[in-house]
Design a protein around this ligand. Structure first.
Ligand code: SME
Length: 154
């Protein structure tokens, strides 16, 4: 199923509640993204605790649990505090391979009050799956998610 980012945003607005634990909200958000986008083999979150990104709620195959500061695409996005789009993961120095099927990736940092609370990570089995429309759409979705995230999610 391929939903528009408008439709995904509407679903998330309806589904998330700031009175619920962030991990519950993020679990449903991961499911919405994983099931609502086509040509995706992983969609989920890494959450910052100390200087480490820990695996959070996701859809897809089991993934690496711990990503050190600055490592991989996730660490790069968290360090730069900006979205990283990788058309070919094999060309990204330090890319961390979790699912061997992944060919391209987008990671959007979740930044609140200047602080990185985590990242939203999507992987695709296709090269160059993610473009500018995805970056804009997912950054909007990150804004919706940040409304239900506290400073300390983990
Ligand atoms: N590829 C990521 C690791 C997480 S998995 O894609 C789920 C990275 O390089 O940071």
């Amino acid at each position: 199923m391929q939903l528009s980012y408008e439709e995904l945003a509407e679903q998330l607005e309806a589904l998330l509640d700031p009175d619920w634990p962030a991990v519950s909200n993020l679990s449903n958000a991961a499911s919405v993204l994983y099931n609502g986008l086509e040509r995706i083999n992983w969609a989920g979150f890494y959450l910052m605790k100390g200087n480490v990104l820990w695996l959070g709620p996701f859809g897809g195959r089991p993934a690496c649990v711990r990503i050190e500061a600055g490592k991989g695409v996730c660490g790069a996005a968290a360090q730069r505090k900006e979205t990283v789009v990788v058309p070919d993961v094999h060309q990204f120095p330090g890319h961390i391979a979790c699912d061997g099927a992944s060919r391209s990736e987008i990671v959007v940092p979740l930044v609140k009050g200047g602080r990185v609370l985590g990242v939203l990570d999507l992987d695709s089995p296709d090269y160059a799956r993610f473009g500018d429309a995805d970056r804009i759409g997912l950054e909007r979705i990150a804004g919706i998610l940040l409304r239900v995230m506290d400073e300390e999610v983990l």
